[in-house]
Write a protein that binds this ligand. Sequence first.
Ligand SMILES: Nc1nc2c(ncn2[C@@H]2O[C@H](COP(=O)(O)OP(=O)(O)O)[C@@H](O)[C@H]2O)c(=O)[nH]1
Ligand SMILES: [Mg+2]
Length: 241
Amino acid sequence: MRNLTIIPCFNEEKRLKKERFKEFIGGSEGIDFLFVNDGSLDNTLDGLLEIKKEHPNRVEVLDLKKNGGKGEAIRQGMLNSVDLGYDYIGYFDADLATPLDEIPRLLGYTERTLPPFIVMGSRIKLLGSTNIQRKLRRHYIGRVFATIVSNMLQLPIYDTQCGAKLIHNEIISTVFKEPFSSKWLFDVELLFRLRNSYLDFESRIVEVPLKNWKDVAGSKIGLTYFLKAPFDLLKIYFKYK
Ligand SMILES: Nc1nc2c(ncn2[C@@H]2O[C@H](COP(=O)(O)OP(=O)(O)O)[C@@H](O)[C@H]2O)c(=O)[nH]1
Ligand SMILES: [Mg+2]
């Protein structure tokens, strides 16, 4: 199996853990990386090129000159890589809120007779078996939001917004074809598109509780977005329902 992980990066000069990426790439096989620099105004690009220099065959850098937002950066990365023969193309956040060793763990869930279209990480606090450190405010807002989304999709999904997902190559051209209408809720749109395109979609989504996840300071979602999110969500609902 060959897999690619896309890391969207916007002004990540300070948060990017270059050494951790280099170490992980050196110690793993079959997982390549595509860093998408999304019109960063700082020196993110140099950091990304430094990682590429150490592992030139395993790392690509896509340098978008104009900032288009996380969903659009991932979409560009997906469309650029869909013909490269990867089995799964995933995305993880640059701040490594989800640690890199969750990639091979999530990949373990792809080995089924009917391979899943999406394997998604889920932030569930479970005593003694997971270590999820989320800010209380984000946790509450996130839980209310995720429950509403789950009801809208009529799917028993626990956590649509976690930034750790693997997507089967077969569905990429379909679900990433059109630009997303919302900057931060593209994960929700992705699930709606999947639902509207594949009859057996429900049996092809696997949600996996992450072992480790922690909030990393420096989030780029402004507080005010939480006020705007419900309107974005309604827009998505009426667009795809
Ligand atoms: N491409 C792109 N990525 C972004 C943008 N804003 C944030 N990101 C990336 O999205 C990921 C998560 O961002 P973060 O600010 O930590 O959001 P949070 O953890 O959901 O609060 C990181 O990889 C960021 O670099 C943006 O405008 N464009
Ligand atoms: Mg973050």
